[in-house]
Design a protein around this ligand. Sequence first.
Ligand code: NAD
Ligand code: WQD
Length: 366
Amino acid sequence: MVVGSVLVTGGTGYIGSFTALALLEADYKVVIVDNLYNSSEECVNRIELISGKRPVYYRCDITDEPALDKVFDEHQDIDSVIHFAALKAVGESGEIPVEYYRVNVYGTICLLRSMSRHNVTNIVFSSSATVYGDATRFPDMIPIPEHCPLGPTNPYGNTKMTVELLITDHVAAQRNNAKKTGKSGEEWNGALLRYFNPAGSHPSGVMGEDPQGVPYNLLPLLAQVAVGKREKLLVFGDDYNSKDGTAIRDYIHILDLAQGHLLALNYLREHHPGVRAWNLGTGKGSTVFEMIKAFSHAVGRDLPYEIAPRRAGDVLNLTANPARANEELGWKAKHTLEEACEDLWRWTKNNPQGYRQQPPQEFVEK
Ligand code: NAD
Ligand code: WQD
């Protein structure tokens, strides 16, 4: 029995693909749109391999409104969207900010307009802990609650905050207009999910993160060191005010993150809260050195690293206070950092070419 139909933008990307899998496993019908800018269509096969169900896939750009309209026309049962499609490289966003606003902000405008035309009224949005900027400027706000003042420090973060405002204003307007005119719109809802640092892969070893260019994040870089694609990890700063001098982040297993989307979607569909922000993090911070140790343990040998200067724009501590999601969504991160490291290592070993190769044979034969 299908419990609902969801459009997943950016659904062949890292977080989108795991969320599509979680939705299928929870008996949602899933329609993916993705232009494959940073992903591969092979991912659709892997989702099917694990779940036994195949999402519908369209190669489609979210800034192409007629194409979005066509997808909604062909799937009139869709009542909700989970919106991942975006550009996400912090450094690059400083070099080509207009492109980041075009895809992330204008792309969301196209999506909201197309949703409105098709009476699709629930949107779950991929926001980011980056909207908080340097939360350590408010010492009583660590771990960070949702009411911490926002203050992104780079163009990527600005686009995320802008889209949060855009969705908030759009949902409010739809609800107000509906009240005034008696026409439909009152049912609009938005979830602003502020993720901390996603980590790990599927325990089967057939699904994981497969960025198309040079990775930027700590764990994919460590994985490249482990397979010899990179000589060593550069540790960006060992002079932070933390127990070992390196910066603190809240690493959350991708399976837990995907589950958070499912529960947020269910919450919107059941409780119609209007717009609500939720942090998705574990509440536990880990330093860069602790991450190197945990991943080295999963690999079974020490991985080389070297201390380098701090990376521009980095902050000391981004750790979530996830109490709101725990209480309201009934969501809690279950998987450990050790599992995230083991799963990432299994995925890396099994798929040295990522999705540009066949899935590991033993999995196919099962
Ligand atoms: P990802 O790059 O793996 O996924 C994004 C997907 O969007 C890709 O498959 C890409 O091909 C697609 N896409 C990009 N531009 C598009 C366009 N114009 N039309 C259609 N599809 C397009 O990234 P991810 O890590 O899975 O991130 C998903 C979302 O979560 C993004 O919005 C990102 O900003 C946000 N986020 C990511 C992190 C993180 O650390 N990975 C943290 C917080 C928030
Ligand atoms: C983690 C820690 C680095 C690489 C970014 C975005 C954020 C969100 C998640 C999208 C930091 C250190 C890293 C390396 C290192 N994405 N590090 N050597 O910066 O917390 O968050 O991804 O929304 O917006 O900013 O993640 O994985 O890049 O870094 O020492 O080669 O690892 O300094 O302390 P970050 P990260």
